[in-house]
Design a protein around this ligand. Structure first.
Ligand SMILES: Cc1cc2nc3c(=O)[nH]c(=O)nc-3n(C[C@H](O)[C@H](O)[C@H](O)COP(=O)(O)OP(=O)(O)OC[C@H]3O[C@@H](n4cnc5c(N)ncnc54)[C@H](O)[C@@H]3O)c2cc1C
Length: 573
């Protein structure tokens, strides 16, 4: 493979020299460091690199007086080399200033920081870094190494665990790539049409009649294997023969957190996941509002770290297809899995989360995080000051977001498919929207397309009454069209609300249908479901806050309650 490139751009010769030297000393052996003194020449260089097939790992641009042109450049860089990590290097407070992780000059001068904060919120950059000092700057290198790790994992792993050979457009190959990426397995893809792909098929003793072909790092060759077989090869499909203390269904943030805490308390813990660790969070390219990661963390990184942590405390992971049933059994519960398999546990946590309904308009997925957002928006509010934001959705969450964003935005437009907001939104919110001059509502309208060069620029609106379309400038599109809980597999004894979210604790009906409500003499623990000993945490739970931090928090609370439950059970027996 061609040596990957680290590019630095700085108009100031002295700081360009420092940046170039810092990178060359540490990474010069594995990467080609290219320095440019102007944004215009750097743009040309990016195009040359792409034409030559040279992979760009990281591009860093120094923000001098204002971050805006540098951020614009980095937004364009995304369209030329989409896999590259884009970094804005911000001042560190002049020569001789100590090496700090926080950009002190920008913290002091809030106004100067606005273009940077805006660039982050618009997805124009991946992160910012305070400029390195002249000596060893380990804080800078730690951040660069993390970026290189993320780039290598997504774009070019040096030591792939799996090689996939398949047709470029193969749906099954796409599924496999997604599965491996979300489970943190480094892989390389080879197009079956290419000379390289053909020679790899030949080396593997395959004629290409069955694709995709997977070549494992051990040399083992598999022709279109089922997901369970792949999980088994990585040791991720075995089920314990004995009854475990805790079975957790779902390895999203709530399930992973619960696994860390139950396993660290010494409870035998089985973590059952149908497809990939990390859940919805695992599919997020950058989670910016999770405590402790000021520059954000990719969902895949957060998931693999949490998974490793749970494993290191002794949790047993099994990613061998969905749990399809749950029933009380002697000494606890039986969990039914696909292929007639079963597992037994003294207590169960249902952390199967939900899935956001996605907007199926062309261009929307490609601009995710670069102006298009699902759900949580509070953290982005100030970043869209003075701009035009579109919100899709007609329920209270959309109304609340509109009112909140209108405090900062120049204009907020709520796009609604139906004829009015009245059907699904509370009247107090409708009143507030009506009284807010910079919110308008477009009824009988759908988003037909989203477009932009590296970041959202325009939306195509389709008027379903007249059939006409209109292209409008847009800085952000916030999609709030609801999430569906993954709880259809549960038995009827586990009471859910009218949308399928699981009721727990005080929310459980205390009277009414005795078969479907709490029947124990003791009150339910706060995260316990209507089936004593079965708990629920995270997005699948009625009333939960749909956030990574909330799911993690609930997972840890559920772990404590399961521990208490099991201790009482042990005392009684
Ligand atoms: C694109 C995107 C971006 C987001 N960005 C942010 C953000 O920046 N900040 C933030 O705070 N929140 C964000 N969220 C919301 C956040 O990801 C969720 O609130 C969080 O993941 C919920 O965690 P959970 O563990 O409850 O459920 P989930 O993450 O949904 O995980 C549930 C897991 O259960 C598994 N599962 C389901 N059914 C079964 C079954 N029958 N058997 C076995 N396994 C099963 C699923 O495969 C999944 O892995 C984002 C969501 C999305 C979709």
């Amino acid at each position: 493979m061609t040596t990957p490139v680290l590019m630095v751009v700085d108009e100031d010769a002295a700081s360009l020299g420092t940046l170039d030297g810092t990178l060359r000393r540490r990474y010069g052996h594995d990467y080609r460091v290219i320095s440019e003194a102007s944004l215009a020449t750097a743009l040309g260089r990016l195009r040359e690199l792409r034409a030559a097939g040279s992979p760009l790992a990281v591009v860093m641009v120094a923000a001098t007086a204002t971050a805006a042109p540098a951020a614009e450049f980095l937004a364009q860089a995304r369209t030329i080399q989409p896999a590259a990590k884009r970094v804005l290097v911000v001042p560190r407070g002049g020569p001789g200033a100590p090496s700090l992780r926080v950009p002190v000059p920008l913290v002091r001068d809030r106004q100067a920081a606005v273009p940077l904060l805006r660039a982050i919120a618009h997805g124009m950059i991946d992160t910012y870094l305070p400029a390195p000092g002249a000596g060893r700057d380990e804080a800078f290198h730690r951040a660069v190494s993390e970026l290189l790790e993320e780039w290598a994992r997504d774009a070019a792993p040096a030591m792939p665990a799996v090689r996939i050979i398949a047709h470029q457009q193969s749906t099954r190959a796409h599924e496999l790539r997604d599965l491996l990426a979300r489970n943190g397995v480094p892989y390389v893809f080879h197009g079956a049409e290419s000379a390289d792909g053909q020679s790899r098929l030949q080396q593997a003793g395959q004629d290409g009649s069955i694709l995709p072909v997977l070549v494992m790092y051990t040399g083992q060759v598999l022709a279109d294997p089922p997901n369970e077989q792949i999980a088994a090869l990585f040791g991720l499909a075995s089920l314990p023969a004995t009854t475990v203390d805790v079975a957790i269904v779902g390895a999203g943030p709530a399930g992973l957190s619960a696994a860390v805490y139950t396993a660290s308390e010494g409870l035998s813990t089985l973590l059952l996941e149908r497809e990939a660790i990390g859940g919805q969070a695992g599919s997020s390219s950058l989670i910016r509002n999770y405590l402790g990661f000021p520059r954000g963390i990719s969902g895949a990184s957060l998931a693999t770290r949490a998974f490793e942590q749970a494993w290191s405390f002794g949790a047993i992971p099994s990613i061998a297809g969905p749990v399809t049933g749950l029933e009380p059994a002697a000494g606890g519960f039986t969990l039914r899995l696909t292929g007639g398999k079963a597992s037994h546990a003294r207590s169960v946590l249902v952390a199967t989360g939900g899935s956001y309904r996605r907007l199926a308009a062309p261009g929307v997925d490609a601009l995710l995080g670069a102006g298009v957002f699902y759900g949580a928006t509070g953290s982005e509010s100030t970043a869209f000051a003075g701009e035009h934001i579109f919100i899709v959705g007609a329920a209270n969450s959309a109304g609340q977001a509109a009112v909140n964003l209108a405090r900062y935005a120049q204009q907020v437009t709520i796009v609604v498919r139906g004829g009015s907001l009245a059907a699904r939104m509370s009247q107090y919110l409708i009143d507030e929207i009506t009284a807010t001059p910079n919110i308008d509502v477009r009824t009988a309208t759908q988003i037909a397309a989203a477009e932009g060069d590296g970041k959202l620029e325009t939306l195509t609106l389709h008027d379903t009454k007249t059939g006409s379309t209109q292209i409008v400038p847009a800085s952000a599109l916030v999609v709030l069209i609801g999430a569906e809980p993954q709880t259809g597999w549960l038995p009827p004894q586990i009471v859910r609300d009218e949308h399928g979210f699981i009721l727990t604790g005080n929310d459980l009906p205390q009277d009414g249908d005795p078969a479907a409500s709490w029947t124990q003499p003791r009150p339910p623990l706060p995260l316990e479901t209507s089936m004593p000993g079965v708990f629920s945490a995270g997005d699948a739970r009625h009333g939960s806050i749909k956030r990574v931090a909330s799911a993690v928090g609930e997972g840890s609370i559920a772990a404590t309650q399961m521990y208490q439950y099991l201790q009482k059970l042990a005392r009684r027996s």
